[in-house]
Design a binder for this molecule. Structure first.
Ligand code: F6P
Length: 357
Protein backbone atom coordinates (compact mmCIF):
# COMPACT_ATOMS: atom_id res chain seq x y z
CA UNK A 1 0.00 0.00 0.00
CA UNK A 2 1.20 3.51 -0.88
CA UNK A 3 -0.13 6.11 1.55
CA UNK A 4 0.10 9.71 0.37
CA UNK A 5 -0.76 12.79 2.40
CA UNK A 6 -1.50 15.96 0.47
CA UNK A 7 -2.04 19.58 1.44
CA UNK A 8 -2.27 23.03 -0.12
CA UNK A 9 -0.90 25.87 1.99
CA UNK A 10 -0.67 29.68 1.92
CA UNK A 11 -2.61 31.96 -0.43
CA UNK A 12 -4.40 29.99 -3.12
CA UNK A 13 -3.94 30.39 -6.86
CA UNK A 14 -5.25 28.92 -10.08
CA UNK A 15 -4.25 25.34 -11.00
CA UNK A 16 -3.85 23.97 -7.45
CA UNK A 17 -6.53 21.39 -8.25
CA UNK A 18 -4.98 20.69 -11.65
CA UNK A 19 -1.59 20.02 -10.00
CA UNK A 20 -3.08 17.62 -7.42
CA UNK A 21 -4.95 15.88 -10.21
CA UNK A 22 -1.64 15.46 -12.04
CA UNK A 23 -0.04 13.84 -9.00
CA UNK A 24 -2.93 11.46 -8.34
CA UNK A 25 -3.50 10.49 -11.98
CA UNK A 26 0.25 9.95 -12.40
CA UNK A 27 0.47 7.61 -9.41
CA UNK A 28 -2.79 5.79 -10.01
CA UNK A 29 -1.78 5.01 -13.59
CA UNK A 30 1.07 2.92 -12.17
CA UNK A 31 -0.30 1.64 -8.87
CA UNK A 32 -3.75 0.60 -7.74
CA UNK A 33 -2.89 0.18 -4.06
CA UNK A 34 -2.93 3.90 -3.21
CA UNK A 35 -4.51 5.70 -0.25
CA UNK A 36 -4.80 9.48 -0.38
CA UNK A 37 -5.16 11.57 2.76
CA UNK A 38 -6.25 15.12 1.94
CA UNK A 39 -5.36 17.44 4.84
CA UNK A 40 -7.80 20.31 5.25
CA UNK A 41 -6.68 23.95 5.16
CA UNK A 42 -2.96 23.43 4.78
CA UNK A 43 -0.62 22.57 7.63
CA UNK A 44 -3.51 23.14 10.03
CA UNK A 45 -5.01 19.85 8.84
CA UNK A 46 -1.74 18.05 9.46
CA UNK A 47 -1.29 19.63 12.90
CA UNK A 48 -4.81 18.81 14.08
CA UNK A 49 -5.16 15.57 12.11
CA UNK A 50 -8.05 16.93 10.10
CA UNK A 51 -8.18 15.03 6.82
CA UNK A 52 -10.45 13.43 4.24
CA UNK A 53 -9.79 10.10 2.62
CA UNK A 54 -9.86 10.69 -1.11
CA UNK A 55 -9.88 8.46 -4.15
CA UNK A 56 -8.73 9.10 -7.68
CA UNK A 57 -12.36 9.89 -8.53
CA UNK A 58 -12.19 12.98 -6.30
CA UNK A 59 -9.55 14.35 -8.65
CA UNK A 60 -11.59 13.92 -11.81
CA UNK A 61 -13.23 16.98 -13.33
CA UNK A 62 -11.09 19.48 -11.43
CA UNK A 63 -8.51 20.38 -14.09
CA UNK A 64 -10.26 23.65 -14.85
CA UNK A 65 -11.59 24.43 -11.37
CA UNK A 66 -10.03 27.36 -9.46
CA UNK A 67 -9.30 27.35 -5.71
CA UNK A 68 -8.36 24.14 -3.92
CA UNK A 69 -10.58 21.20 -3.03
CA UNK A 70 -8.56 20.83 0.19
CA UNK A 71 -8.90 24.42 1.37
CA UNK A 72 -5.88 26.38 2.52
CA UNK A 73 -4.67 28.68 5.29
CA UNK A 74 -1.60 30.65 6.20
CA UNK A 75 0.47 29.08 9.00
CA UNK A 76 3.48 31.41 9.32
CA UNK A 77 6.78 29.53 9.43
CA UNK A 78 8.06 31.72 12.25
CA UNK A 79 5.19 30.49 14.45
CA UNK A 80 5.64 26.79 13.65
CA UNK A 81 7.94 26.31 16.65
CA UNK A 82 5.65 28.36 18.90
CA UNK A 83 3.09 26.18 20.75
CA UNK A 84 -0.59 26.86 19.96
CA UNK A 85 -3.02 28.40 22.49
CA UNK A 86 -3.40 24.98 24.17
CA UNK A 87 0.33 24.43 24.42
CA UNK A 88 0.45 21.98 21.51
CA UNK A 89 3.85 21.56 19.85
CA UNK A 90 2.85 21.98 16.19
CA UNK A 91 5.91 20.36 14.67
CA UNK A 92 5.59 17.28 16.91
CA UNK A 93 1.87 17.19 16.15
CA UNK A 94 2.52 17.15 12.39
CA UNK A 95 5.07 14.35 12.78
CA UNK A 96 2.63 12.46 14.98
CA UNK A 97 -0.18 12.69 12.38
CA UNK A 98 2.20 11.55 9.63
CA UNK A 99 3.43 8.51 11.58
CA UNK A 100 0.03 7.65 13.03
CA UNK A 101 -1.40 7.38 9.50
CA UNK A 102 1.68 5.45 8.42
CA UNK A 103 2.18 7.81 5.47
CA UNK A 104 4.84 7.08 2.89
CA UNK A 105 5.07 10.71 1.86
CA UNK A 106 3.57 14.15 2.07
CA UNK A 107 2.87 16.21 -1.05
CA UNK A 108 2.86 19.93 -0.26
CA UNK A 109 1.71 22.59 -2.70
CA UNK A 110 2.75 26.06 -1.69
CA UNK A 111 4.83 29.20 -2.01
CA UNK A 112 7.68 30.67 -0.03
CA UNK A 113 6.52 30.32 3.57
CA UNK A 114 5.16 26.87 2.82
CA UNK A 115 8.54 25.76 1.49
CA UNK A 116 10.33 26.79 4.69
CA UNK A 117 7.97 24.58 6.70
CA UNK A 118 8.23 21.76 4.13
CA UNK A 119 12.01 21.86 4.41
CA UNK A 120 11.77 21.77 8.18
CA UNK A 121 9.50 18.69 8.05
CA UNK A 122 11.89 17.04 5.64
CA UNK A 123 14.76 17.72 8.05
CA UNK A 124 12.58 16.22 10.79
CA UNK A 125 12.60 12.98 8.82
CA UNK A 126 9.34 13.08 6.86
CA UNK A 127 9.29 12.19 3.14
CA UNK A 128 8.25 15.49 1.63
CA UNK A 129 7.81 16.49 -1.99
CA UNK A 130 6.60 19.94 -3.01
CA UNK A 131 5.08 21.75 -5.98
CA UNK A 132 5.70 25.45 -6.75
CA UNK A 133 2.43 27.31 -6.33
CA UNK A 134 2.08 31.08 -6.41
CA UNK A 135 0.86 33.85 -8.64
CA UNK A 136 3.96 35.79 -7.52
CA UNK A 137 6.45 33.55 -9.42
CA UNK A 138 8.98 34.34 -6.69
CA UNK A 139 10.03 30.81 -5.74
CA UNK A 140 13.71 30.06 -5.98
CA UNK A 141 14.70 26.97 -7.95
CA UNK A 142 12.06 27.15 -10.67
CA UNK A 143 11.78 29.35 -13.71
CA UNK A 144 8.00 29.29 -13.42
CA UNK A 145 5.34 28.70 -10.77
CA UNK A 146 1.79 27.69 -11.58
CA UNK A 147 -0.77 30.44 -11.02
CA UNK A 148 1.54 33.11 -12.39
CA UNK A 149 0.38 33.11 -16.02
CA UNK A 150 -3.28 33.04 -14.98
CA UNK A 151 -2.72 36.08 -12.75
CA UNK A 152 -0.85 37.84 -15.57
CA UNK A 153 -3.84 37.19 -17.85
CA UNK A 154 -6.23 38.76 -15.34
CA UNK A 155 -4.03 41.76 -14.55
CA UNK A 156 -3.51 42.27 -18.30
CA UNK A 157 -7.25 42.11 -18.88
CA UNK A 158 -7.70 44.80 -16.20
CA UNK A 159 -5.17 47.05 -17.94
CA UNK A 160 -6.83 46.36 -21.32
CA UNK A 161 -10.19 47.43 -19.94
CA UNK A 162 -8.66 50.55 -18.41
CA UNK A 163 -7.18 51.32 -21.81
CA UNK A 164 -10.57 51.64 -23.49
CA UNK A 165 -12.03 53.90 -20.80
CA UNK A 166 -8.74 55.82 -20.68
CA UNK A 167 -9.10 56.79 -24.34
CA UNK A 168 -12.26 58.69 -23.38
CA UNK A 169 -10.71 60.73 -20.57
CA UNK A 170 -7.63 62.84 -19.93
CA UNK A 171 -6.54 61.08 -16.79
CA UNK A 172 -3.78 59.15 -15.13
CA UNK A 173 -4.90 55.60 -14.36
CA UNK A 174 -3.08 53.57 -11.73
CA UNK A 175 -3.54 49.79 -11.70
CA UNK A 176 -2.14 48.09 -8.61
CA UNK A 177 -0.98 44.54 -9.28
CA UNK A 178 -0.37 41.77 -6.73
CA UNK A 179 2.99 40.06 -6.31
CA UNK A 180 3.97 40.55 -2.68
CA UNK A 181 7.64 41.65 -2.58
CA UNK A 182 8.41 41.01 -6.24
CA UNK A 183 7.33 42.53 -9.54
CA UNK A 184 6.90 39.55 -11.88
CA UNK A 185 3.13 39.85 -12.40
CA UNK A 186 3.32 43.64 -12.79
CA UNK A 187 6.18 43.47 -15.25
CA UNK A 188 4.50 40.90 -17.49
CA UNK A 189 1.00 42.41 -17.26
CA UNK A 190 2.49 45.89 -17.73
CA UNK A 191 4.25 44.91 -20.93
CA UNK A 192 1.32 42.78 -22.18
CA UNK A 193 -1.21 45.50 -21.42
CA UNK A 194 0.91 48.31 -22.88
CA UNK A 195 1.19 50.27 -19.62
CA UNK A 196 3.14 53.51 -20.02
CA UNK A 197 4.83 53.37 -16.62
CA UNK A 198 5.67 50.17 -14.73
CA UNK A 199 6.80 50.40 -11.12
CA UNK A 200 8.43 47.37 -9.49
CA UNK A 201 9.78 46.68 -5.98
CA UNK A 202 13.11 45.71 -7.56
CA UNK A 203 13.51 49.17 -9.21
CA UNK A 204 12.75 51.89 -6.63
CA UNK A 205 11.09 54.77 -8.48
CA UNK A 206 11.79 58.50 -8.51
CA UNK A 207 8.46 60.36 -8.36
CA UNK A 208 9.89 63.23 -10.42
CA UNK A 209 10.79 60.82 -13.21
CA UNK A 210 7.27 59.36 -13.06
CA UNK A 211 5.75 62.86 -13.24
CA UNK A 212 8.10 63.78 -16.08
CA UNK A 213 6.95 60.70 -18.05
CA UNK A 214 3.31 61.70 -17.51
CA UNK A 215 3.98 65.30 -18.59
CA UNK A 216 5.91 64.20 -21.65
CA UNK A 217 2.99 62.06 -22.76
CA UNK A 218 0.63 64.98 -22.32
CA UNK A 219 2.94 67.30 -24.24
CA UNK A 220 3.03 64.72 -27.05
CA UNK A 221 -0.77 64.91 -27.28
CA UNK A 222 -1.46 61.62 -25.48
CA UNK A 223 -4.67 61.94 -23.50
CA UNK A 224 -3.93 59.46 -20.76
CA UNK A 225 -1.20 57.62 -18.91
CA UNK A 226 -1.54 54.12 -17.47
CA UNK A 227 0.71 53.17 -14.57
CA UNK A 228 1.01 49.50 -13.55
CA UNK A 229 2.34 49.54 -10.00
CA UNK A 230 3.33 46.45 -8.05
CA UNK A 231 1.79 46.26 -4.59
CA UNK A 232 5.35 46.10 -3.21
CA UNK A 233 6.73 49.02 -5.25
CA UNK A 234 8.75 51.56 -3.32
CA UNK A 235 10.13 55.04 -3.96
CA UNK A 236 13.86 55.72 -4.04
CA UNK A 237 13.51 57.81 -0.90
CA UNK A 238 11.70 55.09 1.04
CA UNK A 239 14.13 52.43 -0.16
CA UNK A 240 16.85 54.28 1.77
CA UNK A 241 14.97 53.96 5.07
CA UNK A 242 15.58 51.19 7.58
CA UNK A 243 12.84 48.57 7.88
CA UNK A 244 11.80 50.07 11.21
CA UNK A 245 11.62 53.66 9.95
CA UNK A 246 9.72 52.60 6.85
CA UNK A 247 7.17 50.79 8.99
CA UNK A 248 6.75 53.90 11.17
CA UNK A 249 6.34 56.13 8.10
CA UNK A 250 3.70 53.81 6.57
CA UNK A 251 1.77 53.67 9.84
CA UNK A 252 1.75 57.46 10.00
CA UNK A 253 0.73 58.00 6.36
CA UNK A 254 -2.08 55.43 6.54
CA UNK A 255 -2.46 54.84 2.78
CA UNK A 256 -4.66 51.78 2.12
CA UNK A 257 -2.04 50.59 -0.39
CA UNK A 258 0.77 51.76 -2.63
CA UNK A 259 -1.59 52.91 -5.42
CA UNK A 260 -3.14 55.49 -3.08
CA UNK A 261 0.25 56.80 -2.04
CA UNK A 262 1.32 57.11 -5.67
CA UNK A 263 -1.98 58.72 -6.66
CA UNK A 264 -1.56 61.43 -4.05
CA UNK A 265 2.01 62.15 -5.14
CA UNK A 266 1.01 62.32 -8.83
CA UNK A 267 -2.02 64.46 -8.05
CA UNK A 268 0.15 66.92 -6.10
CA UNK A 269 2.71 67.23 -8.87
CA UNK A 270 0.52 67.29 -12.02
CA UNK A 271 -2.69 68.99 -13.07
CA UNK A 272 -4.22 65.67 -14.16
CA UNK A 273 -7.04 63.71 -12.59
CA UNK A 274 -5.95 60.36 -11.17
CA UNK A 275 -8.00 57.16 -10.85
CA UNK A 276 -7.07 53.95 -9.07
CA UNK A 277 -7.97 50.34 -9.87
CA UNK A 278 -7.01 47.52 -7.50
CA UNK A 279 -8.01 44.13 -8.97
CA UNK A 280 -6.77 42.43 -5.77
CA UNK A 281 -7.80 38.83 -5.27
CA UNK A 282 -9.51 38.58 -8.65
CA UNK A 283 -5.94 37.92 -9.82
CA UNK A 284 -5.99 34.62 -7.94
CA UNK A 285 -9.52 33.69 -8.92
CA UNK A 286 -11.26 31.74 -11.62
CA UNK A 287 -10.17 28.98 -13.91
CA UNK A 288 -6.46 28.43 -14.63
CA UNK A 289 -5.31 29.56 -18.08
CA UNK A 290 -4.27 26.81 -20.52
CA UNK A 291 -0.56 27.45 -19.84
CA UNK A 292 -1.07 26.83 -16.12
CA UNK A 293 -3.16 23.72 -16.80
CA UNK A 294 -0.32 22.27 -18.83
CA UNK A 295 2.38 23.36 -16.37
CA UNK A 296 0.59 22.06 -13.28
CA UNK A 297 -0.27 18.77 -14.98
CA UNK A 298 3.39 18.29 -15.93
CA UNK A 299 4.59 19.27 -12.45
CA UNK A 300 2.06 16.93 -10.85
CA UNK A 301 3.03 14.03 -13.10
CA UNK A 302 6.73 14.68 -12.39
CA UNK A 303 5.96 14.64 -8.65
CA UNK A 304 4.23 11.29 -9.16
CA UNK A 305 7.36 9.97 -10.87
CA UNK A 306 9.54 11.16 -7.98
CA UNK A 307 7.22 9.49 -5.46
CA UNK A 308 7.27 6.23 -7.42
CA UNK A 309 11.10 6.50 -7.54
CA UNK A 310 11.14 7.07 -3.77
CA UNK A 311 12.93 10.40 -4.11
CA UNK A 312 11.91 13.00 -1.54
CA UNK A 313 13.17 16.20 0.07
CA UNK A 314 12.73 18.09 -3.17
CA UNK A 315 10.52 20.52 -5.05
CA UNK A 316 9.55 19.80 -8.63
CA UNK A 317 10.62 22.87 -10.59
CA UNK A 318 10.99 23.95 -14.20
CA UNK A 319 14.33 24.45 -15.89
CA UNK A 320 14.56 25.03 -19.64
CA UNK A 321 11.10 23.51 -20.08
CA UNK A 322 12.15 20.31 -18.26
CA UNK A 323 10.68 19.20 -14.93
CA UNK A 324 13.54 18.96 -12.42
CA UNK A 325 13.90 17.87 -8.79
CA UNK A 326 15.38 20.69 -6.73
CA UNK A 327 16.53 19.97 -3.13
CA UNK A 328 14.33 21.77 -0.59
CA UNK A 329 17.50 23.07 1.08
CA UNK A 330 18.14 25.13 -2.08
CA UNK A 331 14.59 26.45 -2.30
CA UNK A 332 13.62 27.30 1.28
CA UNK A 333 14.08 30.88 2.44
CA UNK A 334 15.15 32.40 -0.88
CA UNK A 335 13.17 34.75 -3.11
CA UNK A 336 13.45 34.96 -6.88
CA UNK A 337 13.39 38.66 -7.74
CA UNK A 338 13.13 40.38 -11.10
CA UNK A 339 16.65 41.28 -12.17
CA UNK A 340 16.67 45.04 -12.96
CA UNK A 341 19.37 44.27 -15.54
CA UNK A 342 17.35 41.52 -17.27
CA UNK A 343 16.90 41.89 -21.06
CA UNK A 344 13.12 42.22 -20.66
CA UNK A 345 13.60 45.47 -18.72
CA UNK A 346 15.86 46.91 -21.41
CA UNK A 347 13.48 45.78 -24.16
CA UNK A 348 10.48 47.25 -22.36
CA UNK A 349 12.34 50.56 -21.98
CA UNK A 350 13.19 50.51 -25.67
CA UNK A 351 9.49 50.30 -26.48
CA UNK A 352 8.79 53.37 -24.37
CA UNK A 353 7.92 51.99 -20.93
CA UNK A 354 9.24 54.08 -18.06
CA UNK A 355 10.29 52.29 -14.87
CA UNK A 356 10.40 55.60 -13.03
CA UNK A 357 14.19 55.85 -13.02
O1 F6P B 1 1.36 35.30 -2.42
C1 F6P B 1 0.21 35.46 -3.16
C2 F6P B 1 -0.47 36.75 -2.81
O2 F6P B 1 -1.65 36.87 -3.59
C3 F6P B 1 0.37 38.00 -2.94
O3 F6P B 1 0.49 38.43 -4.27
C4 F6P B 1 -0.34 38.95 -2.04
O4 F6P B 1 0.53 39.91 -1.51
C5 F6P B 1 -0.83 38.05 -0.93
O5 F6P B 1 -0.86 36.74 -1.45
C6 F6P B 1 -2.19 38.38 -0.40
O6 F6P B 1 -2.43 37.58 0.68
P1 F6P B 1 -3.83 37.32 1.36
O7 F6P B 1 -4.62 36.42 0.46
O8 F6P B 1 -3.50 36.68 2.66
O9 F6P B 1 -4.50 38.65 1.49
Amino acid sequence: MLRIGMLTSGGDCQALNAAMRGVVKGICSKRDDVEIYGFQEGYKGLIYSNFKMLTSRDFSGILTVGGTILGTSRQPFKLMRVPDENGLDKVEAMKHTYHKLNLDCLVVLGGNGTHKSAHMLSQEGLNVITLPKTIDNDLWGTEMTFGFQSAVDIATDTIDRIHTTATSHSRVFIVEVMGHKVGWVTLHAGVAGGADIVLLPEIPYDIDVVVDAINRRKAAGKKFTIIAVAEGAISKQDAKLSKKDLKKKKEKEKYPSVAYELAEKVQRKTDQEVRITVPGHTQRGGSPCPYDRVLSTRLGAAAAEAILDGEFGCMIGVKKNEMVRVPLSEVAGKLKYVDPKAPIIREAELTGISFGV
